[in-house]
Design a binder for this molecule. Structure first.
Ligand code: GMT
Length: 375
């Protein structure tokens, strides 16, 4: 198949899933054309089957807001036509789905039929999509897509609850490459971070409000009152300055490290004992899956699709959003019982295996075939 994948190029979430999917499809013999405004961060391999098409937006004094969506549609038209694509798979509804629908309509005027599959990732529905300034376009482009997937059952339910959807939605969960994400011995690194054998707690995110990093710090502060521990905060974003301030106020500077954006996240996860994800909403929680693959139990909120991944009392614990006290209690229960912690680490790895890339990518392939056969 010749597949066009449209995604955000950035670290985190939808861009990572889209890029890893494209890479896996290329390794399975498909020809994959990535279309984005910058080379996707995870597009780090070269195969004869992967291609990257950069979208340029011309500047003009009239454009206070550069019309990216228009440029993206035009670029999709061009790539579909000249690379003879079989389908377009767009990740994150805004603005990728509507841009793809416009491209599809333009191509139809030239007698070219291109099926469009839209994968909804989370905030494109739960936060941004519900905003009245995007909602009607999101709903229209979902309904005009030839296929629609969500990354969890929870996100599917939320989409159906909020929008008038006439299309069937198929839920295909996120996935993990267990050959890359696995616990590796990193004794030197661990000793450098926790010289006195402190337990290491990790949080990775894009530092947006929805991640509730204040709660991460408050849970950690409660843990530190009982046992020696270190907190690694990986990633960057708008909340970082506020979180740094909070750490200073709580006198946690010596035990919290801000590591910024990291490419080799699995190296860091390898030295951890516990992962925290107290998000306000989370359609799936890919960061938690990456942590589980590296044998970290997860203390998380019970928001959105997280319970489809993190099993309460088995791979970690689920707590109500904002229940910092309960999160700290559950964290301490694990961190002060080495045998139980070891069991949960093993359970986390076993659970991650359910989402192995080799299991999930064929589900996308089967779905592509289903959509193509219905044209
Ligand atoms: O985590 C984010 O806010 C980024 C966002 C994205 O689309 O880039 O992530 C969403 O998609 C991920 C991949 O499907 C999911 O694992 C995340 O749970 C989801 N984030 C939210 O729902 C907040």
């Amino acid at each position: 198949m010749k597949i066009g994948i449209v995604c955000y190029p950035t670290y985190g979430g939808s861009g990572v899933v889209a890029t890893e999917l494209g890479k896996a499809l290329a390794l399975r013999g498909h020809q994959v054309h990535f279309i984005s405004y910058k080379q996707p961060a995870r597009l780090d391999i070269f195969t004869g089957n992967t291609f990257y098409h950069e979208v340029y937006v011309s500047s003009y004094p009239l454009f206070e807001y550069p019309p990216y969506e228009t440029a993206l549609s035009s670029h999709m038209v061009d790539v579909v036509k000249f690379e003879k694509l079989d389908l377009l798979h767009v990740h994150y509804a805004i603005p990728h789905a509507s841009a793809a629908i416009l491209a599809k309509q333009i191509l139809a005027t030239e007698g070219i039929h291109i099926p469009v599959i839209t994968t909804l990732h989370g905030t494109d529905i739960t936060l941004v999509g519900k905003d009245a300034c995007f909602g009607p376009v999101v709903q229209y482009s979902i309904n005009q897509s030839d296929g629609v997937t969500t990354v969890s059952d929870s996100l599917k339910a939320e989409t159906l609850r909020f929008f008038k959807i006439t299309k069937e939605i198929v839920s295909i969960p996120n996935f993990i490459d267990l050959t890359r994400f696995k616990k590796e011995p990193r004794a030197h690194f661990k000793t450098a971070l926790a010289p006195n054998g402190e337990k290491i707690i990790i949080h990775t995110s894009n530092f947006r409000k929805v991640k509730r990093i204040d709660d991460v710090v408050k849970v950690f502060a409660a843990i530190r009152k009982v046992i020696p521990a270190k907190l690694l905060l990986v990633g960057d974003g708008p909340e970082r300055i506020h979180i740094e301030k909070l750490c200073r106020e709580l006198c946690l500077n010596d035990s919290v490290s801000f590591l910024g954006k990291q490419n080799q996240i699995e190296e860091i996860l390898s030295v951890g004992d516990l992962f925290l994800m107290p998000s306000e909403t989370e359609s799936f929680g890919l960061a938690a899956l990456e942590a589980m693959a590296c044998e970290l139990p997860v203390i998380s909120s019970n928001a959105g699709g997280i319970p489809e991944l993190n099993i309460d009392g088995e791979t970690g614990f689920l707590c109500n959003v904002g229940d910092v006290e309960m999160m700290a209690e559950k964290a301490l229960y694990l961190l002060t019982n080495n045998d139980i912690l070891a069991k949960f680490k093993q359970n986390a790895l076993n659970r991650a295996a359910v989402f192995n890339i080799d299991v999930i990518v064929p589900q996308y392939e089967a779905y592509y075939n289903q959509v193509l056969n219905h044209q």
